[in-house]
Write a protein that binds this ligand. Structure first.
Ligand code: UDP
Ligand code: MG
Length: 314
């Protein structure tokens, strides 16, 4: 039985030494064979040289280094592809995912009733209010319009059995939205709640705008509902136009036809024009995704690694 831990790192030079101090005792205490698989996602700081040094100082430490920053989703994919474990965990390097939880996760998987143990933050302490509010809206929205249930406060931090990892790897889409994919593949998941921890060093790589776009990507990857918005608007507008037609005909019959109302006409034209552009925009977003999918570009390119037979390009 081998445990692999996949850790995506983007400019985490400051966190890595402390991360090692925290995770090594956990893995050693557990006693089970393990490997730590770090994915350097095109970091510009000392991350790669620290990883190299760490892999020389300790056994069972592997690194995969990307040719540029491909994003966390690509890093996760590279890690999962190259992990050999029967159990595979994914976690962040900034110690927001407490390594101590791995022990509990392992114990729960061992009991055999679950295929996956995932961590969920029980609070959003220390987070900007606006961000929490948008996050809440996002979860409400995506859970209403997509079939996959996405747990609120769910992190990517989890430990999975091999069969779940294989299922995730079988999903070949270019736009990878992990939170949705974990839920899409199914499997029995146990949710571990824990208190939110603050990022140890450095700052988050997610600006508000990046998070917003990520959320939108997630919705579009797992729901077709936005596409039907155009149809609903269309039906609604048709209903309104029938009503106003009736109104105009009756008014003409009763009061004749005084020339007035150009202002309201212009408003209506602008309003409908706006709606049409909005709906076209939504369709355009989906087409853009289809365009990216059809190009079949690789998700990542590895330039340096100490792992034999690593899948270099995927
Ligand atoms: N990360 C990555 N590539 C990126 C951005 C982030 O590999 O382009 C890694 C980062 O090093 C960290 C994890 O993904 O280990 C989570 O990133 P971060 O802590 O910035 O996100 P947050 O915890 O704020 O959601
Ligand atoms: Mg973090």
């Amino acid at each position: 039985m081998l445990i692999s831990v996949v850790i995506p790192c983007f400019n985490e030079a400051e966190s890595l030494p402390v991360f090692m101090q925290r995770i090594l005792p956990v893995m050693q205490k557990n006693g089970c064979p393990y490997e730590l698989l770090f994915v350097d996602d095109g970091s510009q700081d000392e991350t790669l040289s620290i990883l190299k040094q760490m892999s020389m100082d300790h056994e069972n430490i592997y690194y995969l280094s990307f040719s540029r920053n491909f994003g966390k989703e690509a890093a996760l994919l590279a890690g999962l592809t190259n992990a050999k474990g029967d159990y595979v965990a994914v976690m962040d390097a900034d110690l927001q995912d407490p390594p101590e939880l791995l022990e509990q996760m392992y114990a729960i998987l061992q009991q055999g009733n679950y295929d996956c143990v995932a961590a969920r933050r029980s609070n959003r302490k220390n987070e900007p209010v606006m961000r929490s509010w948008f996050a809440n809206m996002f979860y409400k929205c995506i859970n209403r319009i997509s079939d996959e249930k996405i747990e609120e406060g769910a992190r990517d931090y989890r430990m999975m059995k091999r069969k779940m990892v294989d299922a995730l790897l079988a999903m070949q889409e270019y736009n990878r939205f992990s939170k949705g994919m974990f839920s899409w593949v199914g499997f029995e998941t146990y949710w571990l709640s824990y208190e939110n921890a603050e990022r140890l060093k450095g700052k988050t790589k997610w600006s508000f705008w990046k998070l917003f776009q990520y959320g939108m990507d997630g919705i579009m990857s797992f729901s077709q509902t936005p596409l039907s918005i155009a149809s609903w608007f269309g039906i609604f507008m048709t209903g309104i136009s029938v009503l106003s037609l009736l109104f105009i005909i009756i008014r003409k019959l009763l009061f004749g036809d005084p020339v007035a109302g150009w202002a309201s006409t212009v408003c209506i034209i602008v309003f409908i024009g706006g709606l049409q552009l909005f709906c076209l925009g939504i369709i355009g977003q989906y087409i853009a995704k289809i365009y990216l999918e059809t190009k079949r570009r690789p998700h990542y390119i590895i330039t340096e690694t100490n792992r034999n037979e690593a899948v270099i390009i995927k």
